[in-house]
Design a protein around this ligand. Sequence first.
Ligand code: SF4
Ligand code: SF4
Length: 148
Amino acid sequence: MLFIYIKRIFIGFYSLLKGFKVTFKNLLKKPVTLNYPVVKQPMKERFRGMVDLYPDKCVICYQCIKICPTAALDLGHKTLEDNKTKNITKFTFNAELCCFCGLCDEICPTEAIFLNQMYEVSYFDHKDLIKIDLMSPEKYKNVDGGTS
Ligand code: SF4
Ligand code: SF4
């Protein structure tokens, strides 16, 4: 009986030392975790965040519209009286439909449309999610982590 009691004390003490060994081994090491959300992980260059647009670069070729497998983009334009100049009347993005495949980004001949680095995306109102105005410079202003 006494032997079992001593054995249990020994095992408990041994487990404690084993635990402390791990603690002391990592005590002065650089943490592998981040103090999120105060510190945020920078995304890799190829990360696919929200669909974004440089309106000035768009040449209204509709290639992104045609290739989008989920019809998440909606583009409209009007031709001015000179029959040459085209102006965008609407360019919206439905984040609910998007599967973040990046095909719009790949096909765009002028690099006007791209997937940005945003990964904290939440909206209070559903309608804000399904019709994001890509022409607006403040399109992601109210989104968590939004920069524009
Ligand atoms: S990332 Fe894919 S699904 Fe989303 S808008 Fe672009 S082409 Fe469409
Ligand atoms: S593919 Fe690029 S240039 Fe063509 S309509 Fe889309 S965003 Fe504009």
